[in-house]
Design a protein. Structure first.
Length: 365
């Protein structure tokens, strides 16, 4: 702490600094171990502190058109949940991603021993290969929430890993870090951007049914392979045939051949619609599946690789998951209403035309 006093008070930062009652933040977050790295939005509202000084923070998560809500109970460091948090099961993976993206950083600069944004080094950690984490200078950046004067804190390990911190703001404004890999393109370890911030209780987001459009790209959970899913017709109709194709590449984008894999499709209730075990691409890099679809609604697709060019993937599971939507069937009642509405519009148009002709005829007399 004596070292900290050598710096101006404004140079000191820790996770949670500057959090205020009535403040909210909204971030777009990606995390390697959550939903195969697919992004989600999280809104955190610092409603009040309880009698033990912990933040009571109502929280919303938006993912693929769905909204999950709960209440986090957070200490001053904001990184770890405290007892009394009310988090439903379907929200826990997202809360886990939130915690993992902050806890390692909080270990460097805790509220009890915060570090200076002008320090020569913040130290080393084995989780990033012993590389030195340190402030790297000032940078003005623009994110969806606005423009901020930040200090870049980062390290280099195959990739430039960076975190942009504005002093007196509780979370980094932006972050982009990568998984350490021996070769190939490193996938994102965690990434986030500040979408908005302000004072006052934020309006709860509404659920909407997003209908994904092809192609969809997804890396396997370990980042070894990249898969691309497409389908035809683009609008997936209920109780009709749809052709799905899945293309396989490594994490450098090179196409793979002789891929053995499973292709499994389940509906929103968990019922299996289609399950093809040990499918094989042969000489090409594309697998093709003609599937009779069920009723309308979201559908989950799991693709699990077993071997590539005869080489087994080993003890690790190489899986990519996708979500598509079967459009709801058009109700008969809605069709009747629509037909009546169209007929009414046509009749009114003709009536107006006839009246116009009559008026026009009178004017010529």
């Amino acid at each position: 702490m004596s070292m900290n006093k050598a710096y101006a008070a404004d140079d000191i930062w820790f996770v949670g600094e500057g959090a205020k009652q009535g403040m909210y933040v909204k971030y777009r977050i990606q995390e390697f171990d959550t939903n195969n790295g697919a992004p989600f939005d999280m809104t955190i509202y610092f409603k009040e502190k309880d009698d033990r000084g912990a933040w009571i923070a109502p929280t919303f998560v938006e993912y693929q058109g769905n909204v999950y809500n709960g209440t986090m109970r957070l200490g001053d460091n904001l990184a770890a949940l405290g007892g009394g948090s009310q988090i439903p099961d379907n929200m826990r993976p997202f809360i886990g991603a939130y915690g993992r993206s902050l806890q390692w950083l909080e270990a460097f600069t805790p509220v009890s021993q915060p570090l200076s944004l002008k320090a020569g080094s913040w130290g080393k950690i084995a989780a990033i290969g012993g590389e030195e984490l340190k402030p790297q200078g000032q940078q003005r950046i623009t994110v969806p929430a606005g423009t901020f004067d930040t200090t870049v804190v980062g390290w280099h390990k195959g990739q430039d890993n960076k975190i942009w911190i504005e002093n007196e703001f509780p979370y980094p404004v932006k972050a982009e870090t990568f998984v350490e890999v021996a070769s190939g393109q490193a996938p994102i370890q965690f990434k986030f951007d500040l979408l908005s911030t302000g004072m006052g209780e934020p309006k709860p987001p509404k659920s909407i049914e997003e209908i994904p459009q092809p192609p969809l790209h997804q890396a396997t959970q370990r980042g070894t392979y990249d898969l691309t899913l497409s389908w035809s017709p683009v609008q997936i109709q209920p109780n009709s045939n749809t052709t799905f194709t899945v293309d396989f590449a490594d994490n450098n984008g090179r196409k793979l051949t002789h891929v053995s894999y499973d292709f499994t499709m389940t509906d929103k209730s968990g019922k299996v619609i289609y399950d093809k075990k040990n499918a094989f691409t042969g000489e090409g890099s594309t697998g093709i599946h003609d599937i009779k679809m069920g009723t309308g609604g979201p559908v989950s697709i799991a693709v699990v690789l077993h071997s590539v060019s005869g080489v087994n993937t080993g003890v690790f599971t190489e899986e990519a998951d996708f979500g598509v939507v079967v459009v709801p069937e058009f109700p008969v009642s809605a069709a009747i209403i629509a037909a009546v509405a169209v007929a009414f519009i046509v009749a009114m148009t003709r009536l107006k035309g006839n009246i116009g002709s009559m008026i026009g005829g009178r004017n010529t007399l």
